[in-house]
Design a protein around this ligand. Structure first.
Ligand code: SAM
Length: 324
C-alpha cells in the first residue's frame, strides 16, 4: 500500500524474539539484554496472523530478525508457514550466523531467499570482544554453509565503529573478491549507553569516509547495480571482484524517501519508522475480546499511514527488541 507520502510500503521486518546468544556492544545498551518475560513476546501464531493481515494490504516481503531469530524454537516452521501464505514474494533472515549451519537446508526449503549475517570482525579476539562472547569460527561456518547453497543471496553486515573495527574495512571488503557475497558496511547509530568516551571520539564513520578508505586500497567501481533486493544500501565493487560492497548510511545519508518497510517488535508493537519513538500496540489488544482480524488490518494500515516523511533521532531505541 502507499503511505501518505506516496511510498510503496510492502516490507515488514519482524523481530521474532528479544533473546540473543550474543551481546554486541553497538546493539545492546548496558551489559545485559533487557529481556521481557516470554508471555510479553508475541506467540508464533500471533506473528503469523499479523503477517496474514499485512498480506491483505499488499505486504509481500518479510524479514525475520531478533534478537537472534534462530534461538527461538519453531522459527523455521513459522517461516515455512508464512512462505505458504498467498502473495508472499520474498522471505529473508537476519542472523548472527552462529546457529545457522544446521538450518540452511530447512531455510532454503522454507523459501528463504536472502540471508544477512552479522560479521563485524575477522579477528577472533576482537570478534569475541565486540559480541561479548561470540565465537568467530561458528559464525564463519554459518557463512560457509550459506554460501554452499546456491539458493541464497548472502550479505554480511558489519557495523563500523571508529577505533573498534574501522581498521578492518579492507580485510572485510576483500571477502568479496573471490566469493559471491555482498559485504555491507553500516554506519553506527549511536544510542543507549554507548560509552561516553567513545561518543566523544565521534564513533560513527560515514560511508563516504569508508569509501575513501577503500579507494586507497582497491580500485573501486562506483554506482554498480548490486545484488537483487530492495534494501537501503548503495553498491560499489572492487574492480574484477565476484561480489559487491554495500554502504548503508542511516546517519549521514538517510534513505527515508526510499523506505518501504515497517517493523514488528518482538513484544508486539508496530513501528512505522526505526528511529521514531511512536509505536502501535497490538499484543494486549489481540489477546482481548475486542480483537477482530478486520480491525487488525485497519491498525496496520493506520500505522503505515502515520509513517513519518523522515526519521527524527529516537534515543531510547532498543535494537534487540526492534530487530535493527
Ligand atoms: N541477531 C541478528 C543479527 O546479528 O543480524 C539480528 C538482529 S540485529 C539487531 C540486526 C541488525 O541490526 C544487524 O545487522 C546489526 O548490524 C544492526 N544494528 C544493531 N545495532 C546497530 C547500531 N547501533 N547501528 C547500526 N546498526 C545496528
Amino acid at each position: 500500500m502507499k503511505d501518505s507520502f506516496g511510498r510503496h510500503v510492502h516490507s515488514m521486518r519482524i523481530s521474532v524474539t528479544d533473546r540473543c546468544n550474543m551481546r554486541c556492544d553497538y546493539c545492546v545498551s548496558g551489559d545485559k539484554l533487557q529481556l521481557r518475560p516470554s508471555r510479553e513476546l508475541l506467540s508464533l501464531e500471533e506473528i503469523e496472523t499479523i503477517v496474514r493481515a499485512a498480506g491483505t494490504l499488499g505486504f509481500d516481503t518479510f524479514r525475520f530478525t531478533g534478537g537472534e531469530p534462530l534461538v527461538r524454537q519453531g522459527v523455521p516452521e513459522l517461516i515455512e508457514k508464512i512462505g505458504r501464505q498467498p502473495g508472499v514474494r520474498r522471505l529473508s533472515l537476519s542472523t548472527n550466523g552462529s546457529l545457522l549451519a544446521p538450518y540452511v537446508d530447512r531455510l532454503a526449503d522454507a523459501g528463504v531467499k536472502a540471508l544477512n549475517i552479522s560479521l563485524d570482525s575477522l579477528l577472533p579476539d576482537r570478534f569475541r570482544k565486540i559480541t561479548r562472547g561470540g565465537d568467530l569460527a561458528c559464525v564463519l561456518s554459518g557463512v560457509n554453509a550459506a554460501l554452499g547453497h546456491d539458493r541464497f543471496t548472502v550479505k554480511l553486515n558489519a557495523v563500523i565503529v571508529r577505533g573498534i573495527n574501522d581498521d578492518e574495512l579492507g580485510e572485510l571488503a576483500s571477502l568479496t573478491i573471490h566469493q559471491p557475497l555482498t559485504m555491507r558496511f553500516i554506519e553506527y547509530m549511536p544510542h543507549g549507553s554507548w560509552r561516553a568516551s567513545a561518543q566523544a571520539d565521534n564513533p560513527t564513520v560515514s560511508t563516504d569516509e569508508m569509501l575513501d578508505a577503500l579507494s586507497q586500497r582497491f580500485e573501486i567501481e562506483r554506482n554498480v547495480s548490486g545484488p537483487v533486493g530492495e534494501g537501503p544500501a548503495r553498491y560499489v565493487q572492487i574492480k574484477g571482484a565476484v561480489g559487491y560492497i554495500g554502504l548503508i548510511s542511516p546517519v549521514f545519508q538517510p534513505f527515508c524517501e526510499r523506505c518501504n518497510r515497517i517493523r514488528l517488535t518482538s513484544d508486539g508493537y508496530i513501528k512505522s519508522c526505526l528511529l521514531q519513538d511512536d509505536r502501535f500496540a497490538l499484543r494486549d489488544w489481540m489477546r482481548s475480546p475486542a480483537y477482530t482480524f478486520d480491525e487488525l488490518v485497519k491498525r496496520i494500515r493506520d500505522a503505515v499511514l502515520l509513517k513519518p516523511r523522515e526519521h527524527s533521532y529516537a534515543r531510547n531505541i532498543d535494537m534487540s527488541t526492534v530487530g535493527g
